[in-house]
Design a binder for this molecule. Sequence first.
Ligand code: FES
Length: 181
Amino acid sequence: MENTLNLSVDTLTKIDEVVPKYPEKRSAALMVIHLVQDELGSVNDSACEWIAHRLELQPINIKELITFYPMLREKPWGRKHVRVCRTLPCALRGSYGTCKTFEKKLGVKEGHVREDGEYSLEFMECLADCGQGPVVIVDEKTYENIDAKRAENFAELLIDGKLDGSVDFTSYEDSLNQESK
Ligand code: FES
């Protein structure tokens, strides 16, 4: 099948490996969408058509999945994507203030991408770390107890490119790595 999306060999190989693992090609749809999104950043109409063709489905069968699941998207997020949990346990600990602070500091409204494409902000349902809210995820790293006050400093470090490795904010994933050393 023609590689009209210019996907890497790595992604094409993963797709070729994952599809035969399912009894029906259709069942592999979510996995294939994730692989395409991981490489392209989003799944637009052309990507939708390509995936549908690969799985012998109609584009609508792929589109309905992309529009249903919040982690899938038709347009790319910013180069840095910030998620803030809005569900009750985090809300009670101040996540609305956290989100407002990020909107102000990063210059982007929640649910949007900043005009220069640098940041996007998403205020979304439970990020599965409910005991340590407000929870914030930047790209793939999870940060805990980020209330509005801490969010100011957090955003400044993010803007300065100093969040990774900062002593004040260690992500959950990095703390696991440190413990295993
Ligand atoms: S309620 Fe915020 S992570 Fe679950």
